[in-house]
Ligand binder design. Structure first.
Ligand code: SAH
Length: 509
């Protein structure tokens, strides 16, 4: 508590795609003490909030008002009066059918200062993502944004159906899905040609976007058939016909595919961003968490004796990260490694090492024996001492091969992987409801942990309509040993390789 009154920021959170948040909005979320959001604002944006910020959901979906508008208003005033800066996130733009005006008036009347951060409104963005420009010189010279929510039995209506029907404006209705039949009827009744193009865009700008098009005559039936529900934007006018030519968002190769990511959350972002860019909806259900080893003594001892070693071999990004964490913790820096030669398995591991300022001398492409032998064949490792900091549960093939080549190998634990079962309930219910198109497995432990999340459930049955994608032969073998035959196996055993193979699979369909 302070004696200053906080400021309330009425923030447009954009239409759904987190990339459509403004820089100013992001800054407000990052600094706010309290973040208040409702169901149209993407929960992803909460990741920008301070870890100690208070996050409050105020709902408001159709009928299920979690908090009434009055209570939301009181909440904003209350928090500001307690001295907190409040980020009030509203879907789209706060002043476009967002009751932002009312909230501002109310704040003013309570002497609470406020600022408005405009956002990208769904009224423009949802059509744009459906390939519909709401103005176009050849088709229309103006646009109307109209509420589709007005009670049709209301006596002194503000709806000017004759004006809408006679103008050549693009008409954009918000909150109109339930009222669609009524809207269409009124327009036709007041003289709008029944072959006027119309589109509904649901959950625009998100991976769940769905568009239904037709004419005033056919749309009600089509929407019924498609079972399209709120929230959707309704666009009416000749510009809608441009979608046929200009659609882009829903043409991306993985559009609409719901893909489960099983790798540890800290490592998932690369895969998530690559798949999202191709249009997929990524569902993160991490089956693994990566933690420091229970006993760090062996790794510490190796680092103490680092001058004894000739080679340092890393098999994963985690190995690199945890090795350097301990090295730095012990008060050293990279100069103590100056005498060593380095090998990294896989290009991503190599890149991670490079981020510490160290280039890898050799680069076996995979764990396979041939690959390791081939890479080390150009250097002399007989009688050399090799330090191998890696996962506790790691496979034995690498130390075995290196030992066979005459090296002395110290295999030390740099990190451990543990089962993460936080997403178990969500996973099972999504599978039960057929809400998953594909599952990605990026290591053997993602497969085995995934299977333990399913427990005694009939995995075969649950995965019947699900495409399983494995990052490489070792992961695939683990899957087979658990009675899952992967539908896809990456040709190059990297995240990019996995993405390429998923793409090839769906493009071939
Ligand atoms: N202030 C918001 C609108 C709030 S009114 C804005 O500027 O976007 C709520 C209506 O907005 C919904 O009924 C729906 O018509 C529309 N809407 C919001 N987000 C949407 C989205 N992602 N896709 C389609 N329509 C959306």
């Amino acid at each position: 508590m302070t004696d200053k009154t906080g400021t309330v920021y009425l923030i447009g959170a954009g239409p759904g795609d987190p990339g459509l948040l403004t820089i100013k909005a992001k800054e407000c979320i990052e600094t706010a003490d309290v973040v208040v959001y409702d169901y149209l604002a993407s929960p992803f944006l909460l990741n920008y909030a301070r870890s100690d910020a208070q996050i409050i959901y105020v709902g408001k979906k159709g009928g299920d008002h979690t908090l009434s508008q009055d209570k939301i208003n009181l909440l904003l005033v209350d928090k500001a009066k307690q001295g907190f800066d409040v980020a009030r996130l509203k879907g789209g733009d706060p002043f476009v059918f967002g009751r932002g005006g009312e909230e501002a008036q109310m704040l003013l009347s309570h002497g609470v200062s406020y600022e408005v951060v405009p956002g990208v409104t769904s009224a423009i963005a949802a059509p744009a993502y459906a390939g519909i420009p709401i103005t176009h010189r050849d088709h229309t010279s103006f646009v109307s944004f109209i509420t589709g929510h007005e009670d049709p039995t209301k006596k002194d209506t503000s709806m000017q159906w004759d004006v809408y029907a006679k103008s050549n404006a693009t008409l954009v209705f918000l909150m109109g899905v339930k009222n669609l039949e009524n809207i269409v009827k009124n327009l036709i009744k007041h003289g709008k040609p029944s072959d006027t193009p119309i589109a509904l865009v649901r959950w625009g700008t998100t991976a769940r976007q769905k568009t239904v098009t037709g004419t005033l005559e056919t749309i009600v039936e089509r929407v019924k058939q498609a079972k399209l529900k709120s929230p959707a934007i309704i666009v009416i006018g000749h510009v809608v016909s441009l979608r046929e030519e200009l659609a882009w968002f829903d043409k991306r190769p993985l559009f609409g595919k719901r893909i489960v990511i099983t790798r540890a959350r800290a490592q998932a972002s690369d895969l998530v961003s690559k798949l999202s860019k191709l249009g997929a909806q990524c569902i993160e259900i991490p089956t693994i968490q990566i933690v420091p080893p229970e006993d760090t003594a062996p790794l510490k001892k190796s680092i103490e004796n680092i001058t004894d070693y000739d080679w340092l071999v890393f098999t994963s990004v985690n190995g690199v990260k945890f090795f350097f964490d301990v090295l730095f913790d012990m008060g050293h820096d990279v100069r103590v490694l100056g005498h060593l030669k380095f090998a990294c398995i896989g290009p991503v591991t190599k890149e991670r090492l490079k981020s510490y300022g160290i280039l890898s001398d050799i680069l076996p492409k995979t764990y396979r024996a041939e690959s390791v032998i081939e890479a080390f064949s150009t250097v002399e490792i007989k009688d050399k001492k090799i330090l191998l900091p890696r996962a506790k549960q790691a496979r034995t093939i690498l130390p075995e091969e290196l030992t066979k080549m005459g090296a002395q190998v110290d295999d030390v634990v740099a990190y451990e992987t543990q089962l993460n079962s936080d997403g178990k309930k969500e996973l099972i219910s999504l599978l039960d409801d057929n809400e998953i198109d594909a599952i990605t497995f990026t290591s053997s432990s993602t497969v085995s942990n995934f299977m333990s999340l399913l427990e005694s459930k009939d995995a075969k049955k649950l995965l019947k309509n699900v495409v399983t994608a494995s990052i490489g032969p070792i992961t695939s073998d683990t899957a087979r040993s658990l009675d899952i035959e992967p539908d896809i196996e990456a040709k190059e055993y990297t995240i990019q390789g996995l993405v390429n193979s998923l793409l090839a699979y769906y493009e071939g369909k």
